[in-house]
Ligand binder design. Sequence first.
Ligand SMILES: Nc1ncnc2c1ncn2[C@@H]1O[C@H](COP(=O)(O)OP(=O)(O)O)[C@@H](O)[C@H]1O
Ligand SMILES: NC(=O)OP(=O)(O)O
Length: 311
Amino acid sequence: MRVIVALGGNAVLRRDERPDASTQLANVRTAVRTLAGLAGRHELVITHGNGPQVGMLAVQSASDPGLSRPYPFDALGAQTQGLLGYWIQQALQNALPGRQVLAMVTQTLVSAVDPAFAAPSKFVGRAYDREEAEKLAAEHGWTVKQDGGQWRRVVPSPAPQRVVETRLIRRMMGEGVIVVCAGGGGIPVVRDERGRLTGVEAVVDKDLTTALLAEALDCDAFLALTDVPHVLRGFGTPAESPIRHTTPHELRALDFPAGSMGPKVEAVCRFVETTGDMAAIGRLDQAQRILDGTAGTIVTPNGRWPLTSTL
Ligand SMILES: Nc1ncnc2c1ncn2[C@@H]1O[C@H](COP(=O)(O)OP(=O)(O)O)[C@@H](O)[C@H]1O
Ligand SMILES: NC(=O)OP(=O)(O)O
C-alpha cells in the first residue's frame, strides 16, 4: 500500500513540554520507531505539523531588537520545515540503514484573496493565560483566541490548493525514496499573473495539505496521527465515546473544534469522498494497528475496513 502519514505537532512537542531541541529530537526519535515500522511494509510519505515551532520562532523574531520587523511567516515556515525535516530524515536514516530518505522544502499554493487572510484561525506557539495573551497581543499586534482553557496566538490559514513540488515528490517516490514533505502544511505561496511565486503571511493546516497531496500522489491510505486513540463523540462531556469505524457522512453530521479536530476530520472526509479510499485518525504508536483495522477512527465510504462490498 502507498500510505501518507501526517505527524501531529503533539508527536514532536507535547503541550506540557519545554521546547528544548533535545526534547523535540527525543520525541522525533520515538515517532520514527513507528514510522520505520510502516516503511518496512508500505510505500511511505510523511508530512508533519509546525504549530508549536513556528510560533516559537515568531516570538523570537518579534523580540529581536536587531530587526526592523519580525520575519514573515513564510520564512518561519521554511525554517521549521528545515529543522523538523532534518530531525525526521536523520532519525529515519539511522533507523533504516540502506534506505534513501529525503526531507524536501515544499511550497503550498494558496489564493491571495482567500477570506482566511482576514480571519486568523490557526493556533501557533505556546499557550498563555488570558491576561498574558492580551498583553502580548497589544504589544505585538497579534490576534489571540481561546484554545481549551488557555489562550494562543492565531494566524491566517488559507486553504491549500496544490503542493508546488508534487511532481518531484512523485519522482522521488518512484526511486524508492521515503519523502518527508509539506511540513507545517507547506510554505504558503501565491502565484502572480506571470507565474512567479511569492511567500505570504500564513500557516497552512498540515492535515488539509496532506489530504490534497494524498490524492495527488494516489495514496491508498491517509493516516492523521496525533495524541488521541480515536475521534470522540461528545468530546469533553461525561458521555464521550470513541468512534471506531465510520463514513464521511456520519462524521460531517457532528461538530468538532476549529483549531484541532475540526481540520483533521475535514481532511480525512475530503480524501475518502474524493478517492473512495481509507483515511484514519488515531494515535501515532498505533499506526500499524489502524491499518489492520483494530485501532483508531477509520473512515471509509461504507464504514467498513478492509473495504468490502455492501451489495
Ligand atoms: N472530538 C474529539 N475527539 C478527540 N480529540 C479531540 C476532539 N475534539 C478536540 N480534540 C482534541 O484534538 C487534539 C488533537 O488535535 P491537535 O492538537 O490539532 O493535533 P496535532 O497537533 O497532533 O495534529 C486532541 O489532543 C484533543 O485534545
Ligand atoms: N501547520 C500545522 O498544521 O501545524 P500543527 O499540526 O502543528 O498545528
